[in-house]
Design a protein around this ligand. Structure first.
Ligand code: NAP
Length: 313
């Protein structure tokens, strides 16, 4: 695949397209100074990023929106140059909550539409103020909803122009099929955002999604921040991998750049998170080299089939 920074978008099934590289914006709000996300998104836009991945539950969407609006005001970009992905949280699955939830996100962003709106997880929590509702025993309180009805409300958001495209996240094949086989389906999911990197390559899901024209967006493409509160750190650190480092040496690239290049070369969109100016720029320098077929196979063989993000909820 010939990928340059200029042509780094891939088509979506609804006629829109998605940049192959985006900036992830999840950072623990307790440990991250206010304004870090704002600065990171502005640096990323200056470095050439046009795709930003965010969510209401990251608690920094206001900073993402501010960064985009400041860059538009500066004349650096136009709104249509930017691809922003927002997410519908688990407490908002009942169909009547979907549009108001997206409208709330748009109000926080101070934007008129998102480019992609996705159902963040296939399971629902009890609706209400608590984002992680728990009972007196500390157990999550789930909520029975019909994912197909939630999807119909997502379709209505697209029809209303509030989201240019709609997709899902953390869906397995069965859950994707449930939506795609829904009677009266108007739009199928254009993308499925899932964990994907050299240690968790998702060959079966990738093949299924390829067959059905669903783009895989790979989260944690660098192997996460290894925050023990939500990451399975028994799986070794991806960026210390000897194969990734050896291949990187050959091209004068880092293990991170090799891991990202591997994914985009397989047609997987990557959304590495960095709030560090140097690493934000480093992660964008993946369009000026390519991996050989042999190297792609070598990296594919690193797959351990172990998730860093176990989503034990
Ligand atoms: P990631 O992008 O794999 O890794 C982020 C970590 O790597 C941060 O600690 C970052 O630190 C560091 N890093 C970034 N660039 C680096 C480089 N070139 N060299 C060395 N270290 C580097 O992990 P992630 O944040 O879990 O995933 C990325 C994004 O995916 C998230 O931010 C979020 O937008 C999305 N996501 C979605 C879901 C979902 O359920 N849909 C789940 C998880 C994540 P610095 O900031 O200090 O550079």
């Amino acid at each position: 695949m010939n990928l340059t920074a200029e042509s780094h978008r891939i088509p979506l099934s609804d006629g829109n397209s998605i940049p192959l590289l985006g900036l992830g914006t999840y950072a623990d709000p307790q440990k991250t100074p206010k304004g870090s996300c704002l600065e990171a998104v502005k640096i990323a836009i200056d470095a050439g990023y046009r795709h930003i991945d965010g969510a209401f539950v990251y608690f920094n969407e206001h900073e993402v929106g501010q960064a985009i609006r400041e860059k538009i005001a500066e004349g650096k970009i136009k709104r249509e140059d930017i691809f922003y992905c927002g997410k519908l949280w688990n407490t908002c699955h009942p169909p009547e909550l979907v549009r108001p939830t997206l409208e709330k996100t748009l109000k926080i962003l101070q934007l008129d539409y998102v480019d992609l709106y996705i159902i963040e997880l296939p399971m629902a929590f009890k609706p209400g103020e608590a984002l992680y509702p728990k009972d007196e025993n500390g157990k999550f309180i789930y909520h029975e909803t019909d994912l197909c009805a939630t999807w119909e409300a997502m379709e209505a958001c697209k029809d209303a122009g509030l989201a240019k495209s709609i997709g899902v996240s953390n869906f397995n094949r069965r859950q994707l099929e449930m939506i795609m086989n829904k009677p009266g389906l108007k739009y199928k999911p254009v993308s499925n955002q899932v964990e994907c990197h050299p240690y968790f390559t998702q060959p079966k899901l990738l093949e299924f999604c390829r067959q059905h024209d669903i783009v895989i967006v790979g989260y944690s493409p660098l192997g996460t921040s290894r925050d023990e509160s939500w990451v399975n750190v028994s799986s070794p650190p991806l960026l210390k991998d000897p194969v990734l480092n050896a291949i990187g040496k050959k091209y004068n690239k880092t293990a991170a750049q090799v891991a990202l290049r591997f994914s985009i070369q397989r047609g997987v969109v990557v959304i590495p998170k960095s709030f560090n100016p140097q690493r934000i720029r480093e992660n964008f320098q993946i369009f000026d080299f390519s991996l050989t077929e042999k190297e792609m196979k070598e990296i594919e063989a690193l797959n351990k089939n172990v998730r860093y993000v176990e989503l034990l909820m």
